[in-house]
Write a protein that binds this ligand. Structure first.
Ligand code: HEM
Length: 417
């Protein structure tokens, strides 16, 4: 196991209850996951999961059908193991506030989406993200205040874009020139990471996070990041400073950067697709907070994170999820839930109230939501004010999308102005 950067902090917050692996499991919950061959009388079995998006950013078509016909449904993961899919807002919220559902990924039945994920989890110390209350609650209270910051890097990045100009025929890739550097800079500044290290870190993070990297390249990139963070933490411990890195966990380095960048790209695309709303936003920046909430509802950039395992039998909708069984609360589906949003497939920046669940809900609600929202408001506000003629530099059908079964995202967004 790696040397723990958390140890001093862990000692500081660890009380008598909890323990590193979350609450103890009941005998029933520690049973292996119900096998694929066991009869499963309840809930329709909808086959293998994840489903594919039909095109572009459209959510999988199965979601709307399941919300209508079977809001708690059975599906199979890559190795054939069963999982419950929760597709409606009410059931999603019920599950995510109920501490009988665990986030501790070392439980035998915890649902993983890719081969090798279980082994990777077992080999490293859990961050608080993957703990249950009460231990999770203590760590979270420490980190929460750090994420309530304003983004201040927008103007500088747009200065750079303007200096370089709107590009020739192919335009400028917004993802590369703006969205990704903004997401990284905000976090690196917050963590006290020297900015000269940006290129090294962002290229390794990109390899580690990309679904198209080989397992070997991803592992090598992970190792590089790990060593970098260990070195940085060791230097900080030798010479403590008052920045967050001296107190924070390494998982924050990679969490959320790609998601923020993705939301900028997808949000700008949707605004360009709705010129009337784009003009309204340019004319009235007070609409920005509402527009950002709608962007985060319409495009759910983190759609597979809300995985849990039942510690005891729990009724969800018409179904009893048994102890030891895994589920995934599908926030991409709940964000289009008919009972929460009238006309859910329409993009409307004036949508209010907007109980979007793009950042999750309940116990593990994204701790950085205030930061991410502020960052997105600054990003769209800055882009529309400073580059008011911004438009796509290629035909929409030439845009390249992420794997249809992975989180929704654009591989680049060529723009000009
Ligand atoms: C638009 C951008 C973002 C989206 C859509 C997003 C989405 C999410 C979601 C859905 C969860 C819930 C996971 C669960 O319940 O299992 C989550 C949790 C979390 N996110 Fe974000 N996130 C974003 C930005 C960020 C950023 C910028 C950071 C950090 C720098 C971050 C750090 C975290 C952490 C640490 C948690 C775990 C909180 C806990 O377990 O209490 N996120 N995020």
């Amino acid at each position: 196991m790696q040397r723990s950067v958390l140890s001093p902090l862990r000692r500081a917050v660890a009380g008598s209850a909890g323990g590193g692996k979350g609450a103890p499991l009941s005998a029933a919950a520690s049973r292996p996951f119900a096998s694929a061959s066991e009869p499963q009388p309840q809930g329709e079995d909808v086959g293998s999961f994840p489903f594919a998006r039909p095109k572009g950013y459209e959510p999988p078509a199965e979601f709307a059908r399941l919300r209508r016909e079977c809001p708690v449904a059975r599906a199979r993961l890559f190795e054939g193991s069963p999982i419950w899919l929760i597709t409606k807002p009410r059931e999603l919220q019920q599950v995510l506030v109920d501490n009988r559902f665990s986030k501790v990924r070392t439980h035998p039945g915890f649902p993983e989406l890719a081969p090798g994920a279980k082994a990777a989890v077992e080999g490293r110390e859990a961050s608080y993200v993957d703990m249950d209350p009460p231990e999770h609650t203590r760590y979270r209270a420490i980190f929460e205040p750090f994420f309530d910051a304003e983004a201040a890097q927008v103007e500088e990045l747009i200065d750079g874009m303007q200096r370089r100009g709107p590009g020739a025929d192919g335009g400028v890739d917004l993802a590369e020139a703006f969205s990704l550097p903004l997401a990284f800079r905000v976090i690196y500044e917050m963590l006290g990471i020297p900015f000269e290290d940006y290129e090294f870190l962002s290229s390794n993070v990109a390899v580690r996070a990309s679904g198209s990297s080989t397992a070997r390249d991803a592992a090598a990139a992970q190792q590089q990041l790990q060593e970098y963070m260990e070195g940085l933490v060791a230097a900080k411990e030798a010479k403590p400073t008052d920045d967050v890195l001296s107190k924070v966990i390494r998982s924050h380095l990679v969490a959320g950067n790609a998601t923020v960048a993705s939301m900028i790209n997808l949000g700008l695309l949707s605004l360009l697709e709705h010129p009337d709303q784009l003009e309204a936003l340019k004319g009235d920046p007070s609409l920005l907070p509402c527009a950002v909430r709608e962007i985060c509802r319409y495009h759910t950039a983190s759609a597979y994170a809300l995985r849990r395992m039942a510690l005891e039998d729990v009724k969800v909708g018409d179904v009893t999820v048994k102890a030891g069984e895994g589920l995934i609360a599908l926030n991409q589906s709940a964000n289009r839930g008919e009972e929460a949003f009238p006309d859910p497939d329409a993009f409307d920046i004036r949508h209010s109230p907007n109980p979007q669940v793009g950042y999750g809900y309940g116990t593990h609600l994204c701790v950085a939501m205030p930061l991410a929202m502020a960052e997105l408001e600054c990003a769209f506000g800055g882009l529309l004010r400073r580059l008011p003629t911004i438009k796509l530099a290629v035909a929409p059908d030439q845009l390249q999308w992420s794997d249809p079964k992975a989180d929704v995202g654009l591989t680049g967004l060529p723009v000009t102005w």
